[in-house]
Ligand binder design. Structure first.
Ligand code: NAP
Length: 527
């Protein structure tokens, strides 16, 4: 396997700018990893934007089969990187190799799913209202509508999924599937992984004869590169996964442009789990919770950071069991020094609040320079209602149980929650009926409502919704996981009185693509 080159990926020619270099670090050992990664020069940034703009119409106009072939080839090129990719991702993130075998499977799987979905063709939501010249008093004109690519998309890669939410992750796959060129802003925590995958995408683009500029990957230091890309008028949409501060800053920046564009930021969520009385009696409940909270060092956007209970003997017993479960847990290396330091600062801040008690503490890993220590805490419903700090996300293996005095206080607590990616309810079906009001309140706060399952582990499928009211995301109508993620990068185009021969195939009479579409308001299935 060739060594890392440290070059930005811009078009098909090799980029030779001599600029300042950034380096990758192993968060467990602090050692500097192989690779001198050049910060993108002004010329490279300009070239990436220019090529993306030029590629956009040609790429969007390609038959879906061609774009699907490109996505499938990206999957092949990623698999061809074999263990080199797994080892680099593991070294840069502190996460074990096994995690990346799974994450690579997810990355490749979602590329292939998007390929299938665009070949199927129904994603464009075609709708036709046929002309009726005989209509009285006014003739009805022919109106047809479908989703079409928006143009160049900037993707900010996520620190916590170096493969599946990164360079060739869900955002990139969805944008490329929709027909949009992508410019990736590499995450500084996994520059080597980014380069390997970015080269795989470039090679796939070449092999499948995609227009030059369909993909670029740029490295930047500080926020300058990200800001420049978001502010550039050629960029039409932005996808981001990370902190509330970062996601909101980019959203505001884009809204302030002369031609504002959407920024689909996926940010903070504490993913409350309501534990109803029968769940508190389950002997495995505390372990189920502790396993979900500490999975991947708690560095998941769906990590359950808040447990809601009503005070009872069972809730007290559950607290003790949860504390014991946490005491058995060992922390391990977090993604980077900043995330570890932020985690421990947030735990200390939570512990300093009036009425908060740390009830369980796991062990750190002394072999690692960046280990987490898992914690669980408790506070009363009253304390939660009085203190907004207790509503904040603690990104890492931490959860807090809120013990409410009664059902009324529980509903007050739920009513004050911020927007969430997920809310979960544990109990039996009779209790769900008894707590229907609480369940409805939880639904009003979240994009995914879960029953007797943990929220961690987000299935990539057609019916997934991974988005929720602010601050979970900047637009609760859209998902960043699953096939509907493609809709973030497409907009409806309506054709009025357009000549039949010039219509896109999806809108032609006789449904030549055999897709699901609406005709005069009725859903029709392919023949
Ligand atoms: P981050 O600080 O939000 O950074 C993510 C990406 O956005 C980076 O490429 C960063 O660029 C860029 N960025 C951030 N703020 C920006 C700004 N104002 N202008 C331009 N670019 C900006 O996220 P992170 O580094 O992944 O982790 C930091 C914290 O985010 C974590 O401790 C955690 O609290 C949270 N987080 C949440 C999730 C989630 O799924 N909810 C996932 C990951 C992280 P630079 O690299 O140049 O700074």
């Amino acid at each position: 396997m060739e060594l890392l080159e440290g070059k930005n990926i811009v078009g098909y020619s090799d980029s030779f700018s001599v600029t300042k270099c950034m380096h990758g670090f192993n968060p467990a050992t602090g050692e500097t990893l192989e690779g001198d990664f050049h910060v993108a020069s002004e010329e490279e940034i300009e070239q990436a934007l220019d090529l993306a703009q030029k590629a956009a119409p040609a790429y969007a106009a390609l038959p879906p089969k061609r774009r699907a072939a490109f996505l499938r080839q990206i999957a092949e090129e990623i698999l061809a990187l074999e263990d080199h990719l797994i080892e680099r991702a593991s070294a840069e993130s502190g996460l074990p190799n096994g995690r990346f075998v799974g994450e690579r499977g997810r990355t490749v799987g979602q590329l292939r799913l998007f390929a299938d979905w665009i070949e199927n063709g129904s994603w464009v939501e075609a709708s036709i209202d046929f002309a009726n010249p005989e209509r009285k008093p006014m003739p009805k004109v022919d109106i047809r509508k479908m989703l079409e690519a928006v143009g160049p998309v900037v993707v900010f890669t996520a620190s916590n999924f170096p493969l599946a939410f990164s360079t060739a992750g869900g955002d990139t796959a969805a944008a490329l599937a929709a027909g949009c060129p992508v410019i990736v802003k590499a995450h500084e925590s996994h520059l080597g992984t980014n380069e390997l995958v970015a080269r795989a995408i470039r090679d796939a683009a070449k092999k499948t004869d995609m227009p030059e500029g369909v993909f670029a990957s740029l490295v930047g230091e500080g926020h300058e590169l990200g800001k420049k890309l978001v502010l550039d008028s050629r960029v039409q949409s932005v996808a981001f996964t990370g902190s509330l501060r970062g996601g909101k800053a980019l959203y505001d920046l884009a809204a302030g442009r002369k031609n504002p564009i959407p920024v689909f930021s996926e940010m903070g969520s504490v993913n409350p789990m309501l534990l109803l009385p029968s769940a508190l009696d389950r002997p495995d409940m505390a372990n189920v919770v502790a396993n979900s909270v500490t999975l991947g060092e708690g560095q998941f956007c769906t990590n359950p950071g808040l447990l809601l209970t009503i005070d009872s003997d069972a809730s007290k017993k559950f607290q003790q069991q949860l504390a014991s479960a946490f005491e058995q847990k060992s922390g391990s290396t977090m993604l980077n020094a900043g995330i570890r330091s932020n985690y421990h600062t947030m735990v200390e801040k939570a512990a300093d609040q009036v009425g908060v008690e740390i009830t369980g503490k796991g062990k750190g890993n002394e072999q690692s320079k960046n280990s987490s220590v898992p914690y669980c805490a408790t506070a009363s419903g009253k304390a939660f209602l009085q203190n907004p700090q207790l509503h904040e996300e603690v990104f890492g293996p931490f959860t807090m149980t809120i013990v409410c005095a009664d059902k009324r206080e529980l509903d007050e607590v739920i009513a004050t929650l911020q927007g969430q990616l997920t809310c979960s309810i544990w109990g039996d079906e009779d209790e769900l009926a008894t707590f229907a009001h609480s369940a409805n309140l939880l639904k009003s706060k979240s994009g995914r409502i879960v029953f007797n399952n943990v929220p961690t582990g987000v299935e990539v499928c057609h019916s997934m919704h991974h988005g929720g009211p602010f601050p979970a995301t900047t637009d609760a109508r859209f998902t960043s996981v699953g096939m509907d993620a493609i809709k973030r990068f497409a907009r409806p185009v309506c054709y009025q009185n357009w000549p039949a021969s010039q219509l896109p195939d999806a809108l032609k009479d006789g449904n030549p693509l055999g897709i699901c579409r609406r005709e005069d308001g009725e859903y029709v299935s392919p023949k």
